[in-house]
Design a protein around this ligand. Structure first.
Ligand code: LMR
Length: 397
């Protein structure tokens, strides 16, 4: 027997709780687990631009035959422009783009390409980071290391500790940097800190892998990619893993892309062939439905404008929920400084509760959050904010 050697594995730290929430029959249950945007009705809607682009796609589509291995041309071009913005042609000519199954697919393709270079085979992740970074990078065979990032007790970045660690990372190591709306902390480096990070990466010859999962939901589409654009102008090599799950609401369509930027235009073809070859040996090629929807949005000025407006709307709602939640907590506990919740960015914040406090909230109040006390701010509802603040404020410090 062979398969009987396999042991059952505990549920995924995020998806397991999402499933447990779905199975909970309590009418009072509240879901702040997985990072999906919810509107004021508590629904995760199909975005209007997406619905219209999909309608046109289905009406016009005459074949489901294979597309080229790198993916949909209009998607790849549009994503490169969305991420890199108005860079000079020199950066563009060094940039290979491959469509991937979500941002996860992009992270995995990048990790496999890095492993093929037979350099350090080590990846540095922020402490804390998104749980699945460890799973994805570990599955690619990379040794996992950490760099200091955030102190949940003070709700602040550990800037000095981070820079000190980065300046001791061996050359040619891979480092994952979340470009904006850091998951799970919601805390991003400021421009000056990013500059120091890029300085160290350049000096030491470290290979950065920027994870860009929330572009547009932090401060704006351009602002959220600013560090990537600055790095692309200065660094000879880098990866960017792009997700369309959140900013296009295409979660289940698994839509993403990997940008691999090489030292000169001659590397672009090499990187394209390597990325396509990694994908071929793993999942052959990426699904096209989501990328065709996104390409339809990029290529139609009206749909593009509609989508931009919807991103502004989502961002505004998240920022409003942050302010309201910070205020509701302060109303419960006048001794509590909650400004950090209002000032953080993106979908997530860490409340700083213990795992057993989180477990008790789930078991007794049917309030679901990730066990590190990460909450999905974008899942809060005006109708539930006070109730949530009422049960979590007494536990916070
Ligand atoms: C999250 O962090 O909740 C999302 O990125 C969804 C996921 O796959 O974990």
């Amino acid at each position: 027997m062979t398969l009987d050697k396999l042991k059952e594995i505990p549920p995924d730290a995020i998806l397991g709780l999402m499933t447990a929430y779905q199975a909970d029959e309590s009418p009072d249950k509240i879901d702040l687990t997985v990072g999906v945007y919810k509107d004021s009705q508590g629904k995760t809607p199909v975005m209007r631009a997406v619905a219209e682009s999909e309608r046109r796609l289905v009406a016009a589509q005459t074949s489901k035959a294979y597309l080229p291995p790198l993916g949909v041309a209009g998607f790849r071009d549009g994503i490169r422009k969305m991420v890199l913005g108005p860079v000079d042609g020199a950066v563009e000519s060094r940039t290979a783009v491959i469509q991937t199954p979500g941002g996860c697919g992009a992270l995995r393709v990048a990790a496999d390409m890095y492993r093929r270079t037979s350099t350090e085979d080590v990846v540095y992740l922020s402490n804390p980071t998104w749980g699945n970074h460890r799973g994805l990078m570990g599955a690619a065979g990379l040794a996992l290391e950490e760099y200091p990032y955030y102190n949940p007790a003070t709700h602040e970045l550990e800037v000095d500790e981070m820079l000190d660690k980065l300046s001791r990372i061996p050359p040619q190591s891979l480092i994952v940097l979340q470009a904006s709306s850091h998951n799970p902390t919601g805390e991003d480096p400021d421009a000056d800190t990013w500059k120091q990070v890029i300085d160290i990466i350049e000096e030491r010859g470290i290979l950065p892998l920027f994870d860009l999962a929330y572009q547009g939901l932090g401060d704006g589409l351009d602002e959220d990619a600013a560090v990537i654009r600055a790095a692309a102008e200065r660094l000879p090599e880098m990866f960017v893993a792009v997700s369309c799950s959140k900013n296009f609401g295409l979660y289940r369509e698994r839509t993403g892309a990997l940008l691999a930027i090489g030292k000169d235009p001659s590397q672009k073809k090499v990187l394209e062939t390597q990325a396509a070859n990694v994908a071929r040996g793993c999942y052959s090629m990426s699904p096209a439905h989501g990328p065709l929807i996104v390409a339809g949005i990029f290529e139609d000025p009206e749909l593009h404008k509609l989508w931009l407006d919807e991103v502004v709307e989502m961002r505004g709602r998240i920022q409003g929920l942050r302010k309201n939640f910070a205020q509701a907590l302060a109303n419960e506990r006048s001794d509590l400084d909650t400004t950090w919740i209002a000032e953080q960015r993106g979908m997530f914040s860490l409340l700083g509760l213990t795992q057993s406090e989180v477990d008790t909230l789930r078991e007794e109040q049917h309030l679901y959050m990730v066990r590190d006390s990460r909450i999905n701010i974008a899942g809060l509802q005006d109708s539930s904010i006070e109730q949530i603040a009422g049960v979590v404020a007494p536990l916070m410090s």
